[in-house]
Design a protein around this ligand. Structure first.
Ligand code: MF3
Ligand code: CO
Ligand code: CO
Length: 275
């Protein structure tokens, strides 16, 4: 049995496993936070070049986040000390910015979460560094399609499992592996809230989607097999078989007749190439 909780924007933030149903104030808050996330992802696109360090990109993300009147929600989150996550090639997610530089042929995910006036805009995109082999570009394209196929299923009356089922079917048609260890999540005044949005599963299962539900969809798709391995730093997740991995993420809200994507690119930079 799923429980739902109707909340107003200024209600106490409860972490009790219920799925929150937000009103107009929530939509407005998420629209603003989501737009800032998308603007940051737009703005850093030209910076993603061979030779740039991931720390330099992280600095730019922090500057833009603060200039937008927000703070990076990742800073201080469970001890994480950076403004975004930057995951290169076989890194699945939560790559830590460092002095390491990008090189020609890399594929890179940049995941930002500005916290603006109490609302979390959580989004990530893939970027191509220089000349990227066709095999890797194809993985990036299919991963973007996985996200959008999942979003297509997000409407009132559907079940949460319909989203993962559609993503899994499309990824596996393309002979890719869907990561199971990390999920999308409820989002809003909390960074990570109920429900868990798994990117694989069975149609017709899970809670029914209702207007006012906010969550992310963020499929991680591997060129090889699904399993991941954690590195000793406690954050970096990599593919166990060292194959390439890609991810895109949007924060969305269920509306009366479908869903609203809060983190759409104002510049139309939905997927690479961005030039
Ligand atoms: N933005 C990530 C997500 O999509 C979470 C990053 S948490 C961090 O849920 F601590 F690793 F930054
Ligand atoms: Co997320
Ligand atoms: Co994210």
């Amino acid at each position: 049995m799923t429980e739902y909780q109707l909340i107003e924007a200024d209600d106490t933030v409860l972490r009790d496993g219920t799925i929150k149903l937000h009103g107009p104030d929530g939509f407005e808050g998420m629209r603003r936070a989501g737009r800032l996330a998308a603007e940051i992802l737009d703005e850093i696109a030209p910076m993603v070049q061979p030779g740039v360090s991931t720390a330099a990109i992280d600095d730019k993300v922090r500057e833009m986040t603060l200039a937008g009147g927000a703070v990076p929600a990742t800073m201080g989150y469970r001890g994480y000390a950076h403004s975004c996550c930057i995951s290169i090639n076989h890194v699945v997610c939560h790559g830590i910015p460092s002095e390491k530089t990008l090189k020609d042929g890399d594929i890179v995910n940049i995941d930002v979460t500005p916290l603006l006036d109490g609302w979390h805009g959580d989004s990530s995109r893939m970027y191509l560094v220089g000349d990227v082999p066709l095999k890797a570009r194809r993985l990036v394209d299919v991963t973007y399609e996985c996200l959008m196929i999942g979003i297509d299923k997000a409407k009132p009356g559907a079940r949460l499992g319909d989203i993962g089922a559609a993503i899994q079917a499309y990824a596996e048609q393309n002979r890719y592996g869907v990561v199971r260890e990390f999920c999308g999540h409820g989002v809003g005044r909390l960074f990570h809230d109920a429900p868990e949005v798994v990117h694989a599963g069975r149609e017709g299962t899970g809670p029914e989607l209702r207007p006012g539900m906010f969550f992310t969809i963020e499929p991680m798709i591997n060129l090889g097999k699904p399993p991941v391995k954690m590195l000793a730093d406690g954050w970096t997740a990599v593919t166990r078989d060292k194959s390439l991995s890609a991810q895109f993420e949007h924060s969305i809200g269920i509306t009366e007749d479908g869903c609203e994507i809060f983190t759409l690119s104002p510049k139309g930079l939905h997927k690479p190439p961005y030039a």
